[in-house]
Write a protein that binds this ligand. Sequence first.
Ligand SMILES: Nc1nc2c(c(=O)[nH]1)N[C@H]1C(S)=C(S)[C@@H](COP(=O)(O)OP(=O)(O)OC[C@H]3O[C@@H](n4cnc5c(=O)[nH]c(N)nc54)[C@H](O)[C@@H]3O)O[C@H]1N2
Ligand SMILES: Nc1nc2c(c(=O)[nH]1)N[C@H]1C(S)=C(S)[C@@H](COP(=O)(O)OP(=O)(O)OC[C@H]3O[C@@H](n4cnc5c(=O)[nH]c(N)nc54)[C@H](O)[C@@H]3O)O[C@H]1N2
Ligand code: SF4
Ligand SMILES: [Mo]
Length: 760
Amino acid sequence: MRKAPKHEPIAELEVTEPKEWAAGVPAVKKALEYSLSQTSPKRTALTLLTMNQVDGIDCPGCAWPDPKPGHRHKNEYCENGAKHINDEATSRRITADFFREHRVSELAERSDEWLNAQGRLTEPMVKRAGSDHYEPIAWNDAFALLADELNALDSPDEAAFYTSGRVSNEAAFLLQLFSRAFGTNNLPDCSNLCHESSGTALSETIGVGKGTVSLDDLHHSDLVFVVGQNPGTNHPRQLSALEECKRNGGRVIAINPLPEAGLKRFKNPQKARGVIGSGTVIADKLLQIRIGGDLMFFRGLNRLLLEAEDAAPGTVLDHDFIDSSSVGFEEFAEHVRTTEWEEVLAASGLSRAEIEDIRDEVLKADRIIVCWAMGLTQHPHAVPTIREIVNFLMLRGNLGKPGAGACPVRGHSNVQGDRTMGIWEKMPDSFLDALQAEFGFDPPREHGLDAVGAIRAMGEGGIKVFVGMAGNFVRATPDSAVTEAGLRQCRLTAHVSTKLNRSHAVCGEVALILPALGRTERDRQATGEQFVTVEDSMSEVHLTKGRLEPASPVLLSEVAILCRLARATLGDRMEIPWESFEGDYGRIRDRISRVVPGFEEFNARVVKPGGLPLVNPVNEGHFRTSVGKAIFTCNSGSIPDVPEGHLVLQTLRSHDQWNTIPYSNDDRYRGIHGDRRVVLVNAEDLAAQGLTAGDKVDVVSVWSDGERRAEAFTVVPYPTPRGCAAGYYPEMNVLVALGSVASGSNQPAFKSVIVRLERV
Ligand SMILES: Nc1nc2c(c(=O)[nH]1)N[C@H]1C(S)=C(S)[C@@H](COP(=O)(O)OP(=O)(O)OC[C@H]3O[C@@H](n4cnc5c(=O)[nH]c(N)nc54)[C@H](O)[C@@H]3O)O[C@H]1N2
Ligand SMILES: Nc1nc2c(c(=O)[nH]1)N[C@H]1C(S)=C(S)[C@@H](COP(=O)(O)OP(=O)(O)OC[C@H]3O[C@@H](n4cnc5c(=O)[nH]c(N)nc54)[C@H](O)[C@@H]3O)O[C@H]1N2
Ligand code: SF4
Ligand SMILES: [Mo]
C-alpha cells in the first residue's frame, strides 16, 4: 500500500469531456513533442523513419503487425509507438553519481514516472547486503556474483527467471536454454499476466494458443467485434485496419464498458483526409457492457443463433463445419438453450433488444472476426468467456476461412515470440525432447512456477534468486504489498534493464542492475553487426535492427548478458557454445530452426522482405486438440454477487503510459489531466453514495484473507455502466489479491476487483 510519492508534487486534477475521436493532428503533434523532449531532432528522425520498415526497427510498443512490404506507409507508426521508441532513445543518462546521490530506499518512494524519466542506465551496478546504495561493479564481477548465488542454491528450483515481452526471439531462446540447462522450468513471464487466458482457452478448443487471422483477413471481414480492447490507445494502427475493413464494406461492433475514443471515430494521421476531415466512424455499434458480462452476452447471442436456426433450418449454422471439423455440438447446444435471459441481462447490463440487434448483424455476415484483449483475459471467468467466443465463431464456421477467425490482440511487441521460443513454465514434452536432442542434456520435465506462483514461493522462502529479463515485475503484478515483501525476502534480485524502475528499488538483500542495449541501438559483436527477430500478434516473424549508437559504450546486448551469465554459472558442465552464440546470432537462429517447429531455414527465410510467416494449423484445416477436431464447450460464470454499496473495479491503461510506466499524467482521450490517482464511477452510483466529483476516497477491496486499501483517490463521474468503476494500473494493483485469478489460466483478475469507496 503506497500513497502519493513523498518527493514529488502532484499537479491539480483537471477533468474535461471525454473525446469522441482518436488520432488526427493532435496525435502527430504529441508524438513529436514527446520525442523532442527526450532527444534530438536527428535521433528522432533516425528512429522514426526506419520504424516498422523492412530492414528497420520493429516498434518496441505493441505487437500489432505491419502491412506487407510495398504496402507500408512512409510513417508506419502511431503517436504512442513514437513515444515508446523515443522513451528508449532518450538522450538522458543515469550514471554512478546518480546512485551516490539517491539511496535505494529513497528511490523506492519515487513515482514510476520519475524513475523512468531519469534516462538510460549506463553501467552495471550492485547493491550489496546491508547497503542502501547501488555502486558500480565490473561486468565479470557481476556475472561471477550472480553465478555464485545460483550455484549456492539447494536446488535450481529456488531460482526464477522472469521475461517481459520486449525481449527478442534470440535472447528468449537463450534464456529458456540457460534456465533449463541450469535445471529449472521456473520461467514466469508477462504473458502470465496478459493473454494466458486466451492461450489456455484457444489451446483447449482449437489446439493452438494463437490467433488465426492475418491483417488481410481483417481488411476483408464482413463483421469485426472489438471486445474488451482500447485500440485508440493500445493498438492505434489497428484503427487503420478497421478503417480499411469499413471501406471494403465491413462493419464493426465494439463491446466495452467505456466509450473509448478510438472506438467511436478515427482520424487517420497517415492520410490527408484523416488529418483535415471529420474521420471515419469505427464502431457501428458500441455496447456498453457491464464489467465481466461478456460470457453471458455471448451465451445469449449463441442461444439466439440456435433459435434462428430452429426457425429456418439449414440457413443459420454451418453444418458442414460442425459435422466434419468439431465435436461436442449437441451438449453445447443443450447447455446454451438453458441460458436464462434474466441472467444474461443482469450480467451484461444490456437489453434483449440490443442483443437481438447484434444477432441480426451476425446473420448478415458471412465472415466474422472477434478481436479481444485485457478486457476479457483478466477476469476469474476469462477462460470460459473466451471458449464461448470460440463456440460463437464455430456456429457459423468462422474459423479457418478468409476474413474470419479469432484475434487475441497481443500486448508487448514480442510477447508471442517469447512463448514460441520456449518461455513458458510448462512447455510440452515435444519441445523439451527437441531441446534435448539438439543440446544433449536432459531438461527438467516438472512444470515450473508462473508469475503468481513465483510470488507465492518468494513469500514462503522457496525462491531465493530472482532474475528479471526486462520488465518491471514488482509493478506489473498484483497485490503490490505482498509482491514487494516477497522480493525483499529474496537473497538476490537481478534485472536486465534499459531504464530505471521500481523493481530496482524494491529488491533482494543483494541486487544487480545489468544495463542492456535497447532495440534502437546498433549491436556489434565479434562477427559484425547483428540483428534480432520478433513475432507479431499475427504470427509473422521478422527482423529488427537498431540504428543509434548505444546509450553507453559499457552496455551489453541481452544475448551477450545471457551468454556470459551462462558461462559463469554452468562452466563446462555442458557443451553449449555460448561464446559462439554471442559472436554471431545467426548460430542461435540455426539452433532455433532445429528446435522450434515452423522455423526451418530460419536464417535464410527471415532476411526476405516481410520475414517468415508462421502457418496456423487451423487455417490448414488441422485442429491439434486432444481429439483432432475443434471442441464445443459448455461454459458458465460471471462476476460474483457484488454486495450493496460496492462496485466492480477494472484497472486499465491511460493514453500516456507504457504498461507500468506513465509518461505523463495526461489521459487525453478520457479527459483526465494532471493526476492519475482517480477512480472513475457512474454519476448515479456516486450520487447514491452521497459523493460528488472531486471528493477524496480510499478505495478498499475485500478478500477472504483481508482488505486491501488504495489511499486518497479522487472520484470522477464517468460514463461507465452502473455498478462499475475504473482506475489506473499500476496505482491500483495494491487492491488485487494474489489469490484472485482466472480459473484455468492462473492469470491475475486485474479487471474484476470488488471495492467500496470510503470518504476520507
Ligand atoms: N500506449 C500503450 N499501448 C499498449 C500498452 C500500454 O501500456 N500503452 N500495453 C500493451 C500491452 S502489454 C497490452 S496487453 C495491451 C493492452 O491493451 P488493452 O487490453 O486495450 O488495455 P487496457 O487498458 O487494459 O484496456 C482494456 C479495455 O477493456 C475494457 N474492459 C474492461 N473490462 C471489461 C469487460 O469486462 N468487458 C469488456 N468487453 N471490456 C472490458 C476497458 O474499458 C478497456 O477499454 O496494450 C499494449 N499496448
Ligand atoms: N492492474 C493491472 N496490472 C497489469 C495489467 C493490467 O491491465 N492491470 N496488465 C498486465 C500486462 S498485460 C502486462 S504485459 C504486464 C507488463 O509487465 P512488464 O512487461 O513487466 O512491464 P513493463 O512496464 O512493460 O516493463 C518496463 C521495463 O522494461 C524494461 N525494458 C524496456 N525495454 C527493454 C529492452 O529492450 N530490454 C530490456 N532488457 N529491458 C527493457 C525497462 O527497464 C522498463 O522499465 O503488466 C500486467 N499488469
Ligand atoms: S500500433 Fe503498436 S506497433 Fe504500431 S506503431 Fe503503434 S505502438 Fe507501435
Ligand atoms: Mo500485456
